[in-house]
Design a protein around this ligand. Sequence first.
Ligand SMILES: NC(=O)c1ccc[n+]([C@@H]2O[C@H](COP(=O)([O-])OP(=O)(O)OC[C@H]3O[C@@H](n4cnc5c(N)ncnc54)[C@H](OP(=O)(O)O)[C@@H]3O)[C@@H](O)[C@H]2O)c1
Length: 268
Amino acid sequence: MNLAGKVFIVTGASSGIGEHLSVVLAQKGAQVVCAARRADELTRVIGSIQAAGGSARAVQTDITDLDACRHLMKQTIESYGKLDGLVLNAGVSMWARFEDISDITFFQDLLNVNYLGAVNCCHVALPYLKETKGKIVSCSTAQALMGFPNHSGYVASKHALHGFLATLDMELQGEISILEAVLSWIRGTNLRDNAFGSDGKKHAHSARKHTNESVSLEECVEQIIQAIERDKKTVYIPRKLSMVPLLNTFFQGYLRRKVSGAIDKNES
Ligand SMILES: NC(=O)c1ccc[n+]([C@@H]2O[C@H](COP(=O)([O-])OP(=O)(O)OC[C@H]3O[C@@H](n4cnc5c(N)ncnc54)[C@H](OP(=O)(O)O)[C@@H]3O)[C@@H](O)[C@H]2O)c1
């Protein structure tokens, strides 16, 4: 896909991966509709895109609210007349062993944002994506393909989205395309600061340091953009994650030891 002149919605564009993706999409000549809940942060992102000569607008949106998603879609069509790409990026995480959780209600938030919010966006966008033979891009994780300690509710929500998009890909073959970006830990985002803890409250987990194996925000976004331009169906960031499906099927013991090691390093 040549990005010049294409219209993209990016959810979760007020920070992290969504913000940086919006900036780079606009640099490539796309018109970007930035969606998230925090209007002040969206204004900041739009300001920096426009200052660099790019075209973008903000639509304050809570993706868990279907009416808000309908409004987002209506504003996009009124502003730009079409939709070529929907980036499912808005997300929230957690960090707690399941047996230590005292307030489990945040599992509903994880599902509502990471899965049902994405489904809301797909439902309102699909008729317009079909008109342009457009693309859905999912900012997914290796944890959508395997189990992962301390992330049970997050893992479940990302598995749900993975299965949903795999089904859309079959139902809508030739009508739209889907890119799943399978990400490892990415440095420089707010995901850890906003992660739910065992008491069901959002805690700053940023004290957990990223290891050298994590990927910078800039590198992550560059690879997602390349995958969009090359019409790939999956991009593994870093590339070695492409081994996860194979390891999870045939060498689960080895994969579990690698994951445990990664958890230990991240808890130090
Ligand atoms: N960072 C990583 O290591 C990593 C690894 C694998 C996958 N991912 C995935 O990448 C995506 C982006 O994460 P990030 O690391 O960039 O985190 P981030 O900096 O915390 O960004 C999350 C974004 O989601 C938005 N959001 C949260 N709830 C929302 C809602 N109800 N409606 C609309 N927007 C909402 C937030 O904006 P508001 O608060 O303004 O609404 C924010 O812009 C997530 O789906 C995450 O699961 C990240």
